[in-house]
Design a protein around this ligand. Structure first.
Ligand SMILES: Cc1cc2nc3c(=O)[nH]c(=O)nc-3n(C[C@H](O)[C@H](O)[C@H](O)COP(=O)(O)O)c2cc1C
Length: 325
């Protein structure tokens, strides 16, 4: 069930990918997603060096014998990222998939990734960027609508429109993200022409996500109206939960603050306080609008099993509804 080009190319059971998530991706979560039949992803930018990334790749391998991936960031970063070093490490460790994301297509890294037998999913938020990624030769493209958690790009197109528009424009398999948390979103994404989904926010509210219990409770009480967009003034728009830090960032942006000034509010140290220490007002915290559909902390396996079982039921129901009389 649910065999698509995405499951075939990635060698996974279900076309469900856990998007790389700063502060959230970790060996336990990535392995749990892969063990449940999806594809878990670590985030290279979370590691100071290739050596540290290697340790967590090895930890993940000790927890699963299924494929998992590593995200490579092509976003402008507060510190220069040693992407070439990360790539050598992941190739040496036999990681079969990379998720790239950011403003540019990953063309500079593709020859080495190809040599290393690594499949590349490029994630972006606009049809034209998806087309560029196809042209430079990635294996598949993930597009995320403006409702998604984390980076949203600059064009603000919703998943419901972005996905079919991308499917129309590409021959490569398309993965849909932004707003998928359950079987309904999964089936809808496939109906729009996607051959897989990328999920972030729903996986934060799982037992395996390494987040402070207060943070997880915050997710449960948040509604679909409780997120906002920050960092547009520096062309790096992110969807985050509304809190004092997000308010402060927006105020600073309105009066034209520089990146250096903004860094005091949007920086990693502050975000860590929110995600890891449960100081919920301290820093900005990426989160999608779909948080409004999440009301339970469950295991990663329950999320994936629930999507698969629920999708079967929805399809049966639709078959009944749609059969011409
Ligand atoms: C807390 C958080 C951190 C994220 N960090 C990254 C990241 O470092 N790199 C990346 O490509 N995407 C990142 N994302 C985006 C996710 O990988 C995924 O594309 C997105 O969450 C999908 O939309 P959804 O949240 O509606 O499921 C992040 C998302 C969240 C919620």
């Amino acid at each position: 069930m649910f065999k698509t080009r995405v499951t075939e190319i990635l060698g996974i059971e279900y076309p469900i990918i856990q998007g790389g998530m700063m502060w959230v991706s970790c060996p336990k979560l990535a392995a749990a997603v892969s063990n449940a039949g999806g594809l878990g992803i670590l985030v290279s930018a979370a590691y100071a060096s290739g050596k540290e990334l290697r340790e967590d790749i090895r930890k993940t391998k000790s927890l699963t014998d299924k494929p998992f991936g590593v995200n490579l960031s092509l976003f402008p970063a507060m510190r220069p990222l040693p992407n070439e070093e990360y790539i050598e490490v992941l190739i040496e460790e036999g990681v079969p998939v990379v998720e790239t994301s950011g403003f540019k297509a990953p063309d500079e890294y593709l020859p080495r990734l190809r040599e290393g037998n690594v499949k590349v999913i490029h994630k972006c938020a606009a049809v034209k960027h998806a087309q560029t990624a196809e042209r430079v030769g990635v294996d598949m493209v993930a597009v995320v609508g403006v409702e998604n958690g984390g980076a949203t790009g600059m064009v603000d197109v919703t998943t419901f429109v972005l996905v079919p528009a991308t499917v129309n424009a590409l021959s490569l398999p398309v993965i849909a993200g932004g707003g998928v948390a359950d079987a309904r979103g999964f089936v809808a994404a496939l109906a729009l022409g996607a051959e897989g989904v990328v999920i972030g926010t729903r996986f934060m509210a799982t037992h395996e996500a390494p987040l402070h219990p207060k943070f997880k409770k915050w997710l449960l009480r948040s509604k679909e109206t409780d997120t906002t967009l920050v960092m547009r003034s520096i062309r790096n728009t992110h969807r985050v939960l509304k809190n004092k830090a997000a308010e402060k960032a927006l105020e600073m942006e309105q009066r034209g603050a520089t990146l250096e000034e903004l860094a005091t509010v949007i920086g990693g140290g502050e975000a860590a306080k929110a995600f890891k220490d449960g100081e919920l007002e301290a820093g900005i915290a990426g989160c999608g609008q779909v948080v409004g559909l999440i009301d339970e902390i469950v295991s990663t396996k329950e999320v994936i099993d629930g999507i698969v079982a629920g999708a079967g039921e929805i399809l049966q129901r639709l078959e009944g509804t749609l059969t011409p009389r």
